[in-house]
Ligand binder design. Structure first.
Ligand SMILES: Cc1cc2nc3c(=O)[nH]c(=O)nc-3n(C[C@H](O)[C@H](O)[C@H](O)COP(=O)(O)OP(=O)(O)OC[C@H]3O[C@@H](n4cnc5c(N)ncnc54)[C@H](O)[C@@H]3O)c2cc1C
Length: 447
């Protein structure tokens, strides 16, 4: 069965490699990739001895051990990775507040910590003891802005969740749904939040507390590892320009295939599928997403805090929502005696968005970081930016219906949709790999 795989990000690569493991001959596989290198959103860039990840700071973690083990093995085994304990903080004025915020209330100025705790307890009571009959035991509020208050109370909403999420999502939070947060934001036990407010250390988000990162080559070392035995199947610098249904199969740029798997963003398919029904094309094209500028800041010293990353919720801290201390992940991410910060700035994606920010962005970024006490301007060697068009799926109120219309059509014509933007899901690389391997096994059985 001649199989076309569109996109050599981690989803397309993991699918291809698993097909091989399942006995499909390499000669049956063709992977079309527009870029000159594999990796997509997991891409990394090397410059003047610094290595950084083009779609912001990436770490390897997750709950599915088999998937993580497979990724590590493909990329050279444990000895090719550094293992790190997560040390994440929120910069709040001059304070470093433990993350998640509700586990760091004791790090806040006392009056703000008290305000946040009182409102947190009130919100907790309202949703568990019936003080608010409308929400007790019922479903969480459907819009994200209300959900934040329902879950964290007005204090944490005002001091962290609202300003931080506005930087990430670049729109009114009431325009978003709360569907996607349930799994991503675990409920901290009330006792832990009370203890934390007294300054006792409690741990939130334990599934992230230890992570791995490739020693050399940045996060993309994982994609390169997965791709290592796929060479003859890979067609780099080969954009997909046209897809047509041909009998039970497909043509890709005029070439015939029996099976088609696409990891390309659903929003791009209307431009590639001349035979797509109008209402499906509209649903696909209107799916919303945010784009990202990642900016490496190279420093002329290595005296940085021992943190993994720091969230910057406030406008006066500049446009970045998060900075990663990337040189703490691996000693090979920066030359000896130097350090690197990787800064993430989001902007609204799609044709209605403002487009890539101009060169003033770096100036605003450095001014904000200096004001937040995170760097001294004269110690900056240089900055370098990378832009990714599709970075965050936007879970607005039209998302479910649009996505269903898109994926139902794909299924009806045996176009297997896969990947973070191939299916418009908020998946990390481990989830992408798991889904790719599951699909590969199903296809191999059918084939
Ligand atoms: C800010 C940020 C932080 C993240 N942090 C983490 C993290 O800490 N840990 C983690 O595990 N994951 C993280 N992720 C998620 C991770 O990057 C993605 O889940 C994963 O890389 C998605 O892989 P993919 O193959 O599905 O998609 P992509 O990587 O987008 O692959 C799609 C591929 O298709 C190619 N393509 C597009 N159009 C065409 C065309 N017309 N023709 C041919 N090829 C085309 C692209 O070049 C690309 O290579 C993060 C993502 C972001 C944005």
């Amino acid at each position: 069965m001649k199989t076309a795989i569109l996109g050599a990000g981690v989803s397309g690569l993991a699918l291809a490699r698993t097909l091989l493991e399942e006995g499909v001959p390499l000669t049956d596989l063709t992977i079309f990739e527009a870029a000159a290198e594999v990796g997509g959103l997991m891409g990394s860039k090397e410059l003047a001895g610094f290595t950084y990840d083009v779609a912001g700071g990436h770490i390897l973690y997750g709950r599915d051990q088999e998937t993580l083990d497979w990724m590590v093995t493909c990329a050279g085994g444990e000895q090719a990775f550094a293992s790190r304990t997560r040390q994440s903080r929120i910069r709040f004025g001059d304070s470093w507040v433990r993350y998640p915020f509700e586990n760091g209330l004791g790090d806040l100025p006392p009056e703000i910590g008290r305000e946040c705790l009182e409102a947190y307890i009130k919100a907790h009571e309202a949703r568990t003891t019936g003080a608010a009959a409308s929400t007790k035991g019922g479903p969480p509020p459907a819009d994200f802005a209300s959900w934040i208050r329902w879950r964290f109370g007005d204090g944490i909403a005002a001091h962290f969740m609202d300003p931080y999420n506005e930087k990430i999502w670049k729109r009114e939070l009431s325009e978003l749904t709360s569907d996607w947060v349930a799994d991503r934001v675990p409920d901290a036990p009330l006792e832990d939040v009370i203890k934390a407010s007294r300054g006792e250390i409690t741990e939130g988000y334990t599934h992230q507390s230890v992570f791995r990162y490739p020693l050399r080559g940045g996060f993309n070392a994982i994609s390169h590892g997965i791709a290592s035995n796929l060479g003859p199947a890979l067609r780099l610098s080969t954009p997909v320009r046209e897809l047509r249904r041909r009998g039970e199969g497909w043509t890709v740029n005029g070439e015939e295939f029996d099976v088609l798997i696409s990891t390309l963003p659903l929003t791009d398919l209307p431009g590639l599928l001349p035979e797509l029904p109008g209402e499906v094309a509209e649903a696909m094209a209107d799916l919303s997403y945010n784009s990202l500028v990642s900016i490496l800041v190279a420093l002329d010293h290595d005296q940085v805090p021992d943190y993994s990353w720091v969230y910057l919720p406030h406008a006066e801290q500049g446009p970045a929502n998060r900075i990663t201390y990337l040189s703490n992940y691996s000693p090979h991410n920066a030359p000896q005696g130097r350090a690197s910060l990787l800064c993430e700035v989001n902007f609204r994606g799609g044709p209605a968005g403002p487009g890539e920010p101009d060169g003033g962005l770096e100036e605003d970024l450095l001014t904000g970081l200096a004001a937040a006490g995170l760097l001294e301007r004269p110690r900056v060697l240089f900055t370098d930016r990378s832009v990714v068009r599709h970075a965050y799926v936007i879970f607005d109120h039209a998302y479910r219906a649009r996505r269903a219309a898109a994926l139902n059509w794909c299924e009806s014509v045996s176009l297997h949709a896969l990947g973070r933007f191939g299916r418009f899901e908020y998946d990390n690389s481990d989830a992408c790999v798991k889904k790719a391997r599951d699909l590969a096994r199903t296809l191999a059985q059918q084939g």
